[in-house]
Design a protein around this ligand. Structure first.
Ligand code: FAD
Length: 350
């Protein structure tokens, strides 16, 4: 949209049929860049709630949600039909993509967004989750999203439920766990969701679809080795470039930031595009070291049943601190306050 003189091609691999809803806070995205995400927004709310066993709070911050299907439809409307090349990439370099069907695309520059590189090169914790879209028999009465409900069984790791009210009788409910040494299976998440639905009087809700996934949360490791493992010399975006929030795993704000940067750059030849995106990703990785320390606390900072208290302590802080954390703009004093309630070796979060 910003650079109509450039020809863009998208090679999406598999069909984008995911209905999963990704959310982020409007304030996580610079006002000047919001035009990039607005056409994809499925729903937004002017506030959200958090629920813990000993603390509840409503925050008046705008939350945006983008559903996979809506994203695909909006993108199709924006891109000329010939821009979408329905194939898989088998080889990718700074200026070429070899397609599964045998043809070769030459380009000024290529950005590889095929997902994670070799995660064994990083110290990783996992956020696993099962998301379910349900239709309740009558109005569910949930007015605002609950982005963290930790008043659930905490015996098996840091266990959170998220509820997004999509319409008067439709909810997206996600059961997620932060675990370092194992990945919760679909069955464990399904039990969590069933228990949550029953506890809220929604057992009669009909499931429309379910999606199970895991997102890596890097705690430490060799960024350059990781970058190279996803393809040396090729520009990257997304999880392959390490571009997601180091504690929550959210990637929408980083994706928008990168898109804005690319739209505003001169047309860089492939190798220069690689160097520029590598420098951007490396700068981001280094600046986020303190966040990785906070994330490590979430994974390793207490016994499983107690880890949710680190998030509870965080949500007792002033709204500005919470917003800056989500947007990746925490001050050193913010970080001290987040860490103050609890050390990896004990202490209370309250
Ligand atoms: C439970 C859960 C909840 C989450 N919630 C949020 C949220 O609310 N907000 C948020 O911002 N993030 C959220 N995330 C994180 C987010 O889902 C990931 O960070 C994101 O999916 C990473 O995006 P990516 O494009 O880098 O990689 P991927 O999602 O892995 O996408 C890679 C893409 O590359 C394509 N591909 C692969 N190989 C090829 C090939 N050879 N040729 C062509 N195409 C190929 C695939 O088809 C796929 O479409 C959540 C994650 C989980 C697990």
């Amino acid at each position: 949209m910003r650079r109509p003189e450039l020809a863009v091609a998208l090679i999406p691999g598999g069909a984008d049929d995911s209905e999963v809803v990704h959310s982020c806070f409007a304030n996580d995205i610079a006002a000047a860049d919001r035009w990039i995400i607005e056409p994809f927004v499925t729903r937004s709310w002017n506030g959200y709630r958090v629920v813990f066993p000993a603390h509840r709070r409503a925050l008046g911050v705008r939350l945006l949600a983008v559903a996979g299907g809506d994203f695909a439809v909006a993108l199709d409307r924006m891109l000329p039909a010939e821009a979408r090349i329905d194939s898989w990439a088998v080889r990718v370099s700074a200026t070429q993509v070899a397609l599964a069907e045998g043809s070769l695309i030459e380009a000024g520059g290529v950005i590889d967004a095929r997902g994670a590189g070799d995660l064994s090169l990083l110290g990783i914790g996992w956020r696993t989750g099962l998301t379910r879209a349900v239709r309740t028999p009558g109005p569910h009465g949930v007015a605002a999203p609950v982005i963290v409900d930790a008043a659930v069984d905490q015996r098996d790791g840091c266990h959170l439920v998220t509820v997004l009210p999509i319409s008067a009788d439709r909810l997206h409910i996600a059961d997620s766990r932060y675990q370092i040494d194992r990945i919760a299976d679909r069955g464990a998440h399904a039990e969590g969701l069933d228990a949550y639905l029953a506890a809220n009087g929604w057992s009669g809700a009909a499931t429309e679809w379910e999606s199970h996934g895991a997102t890596p949360v890097p705690l430490d490791g060799d960024f350059d080795a990781y970058w190279q493992s996803g393809g040396a010399g090729t520009a990257k975006a997304g999880v392959g470039a390490g571009l997601f929030h180091p504690a929550t795993g959210r990637m929408l704000p980083d994706a928008v930031r990168l898109a804005a940067w690319v739209a505003d750059s001169p047309p860089l030849p492939g190798p220069a595009l690689h160097d520029a995106l590598h420098a951007h990703a490396l700068r981001t990785w280094e600046a986020r070291r303190p966040y990785r320390q906070i994330a490590a606390l979430l994974f390793r900072g207490a016994a499983d049943a107690e880890r949710y208290r680190i998030i509870e302590h965080f949500y007792r802080q002033p709204t500005g601190l919470i917003e800056r954390f989500h947007a990746g703009r925490s001050t050193p004093i913010d970080r001290l306050r987040i860490l103050a309630g609890r050390t990896p070796f004990g202490g209370k979060a309250r």
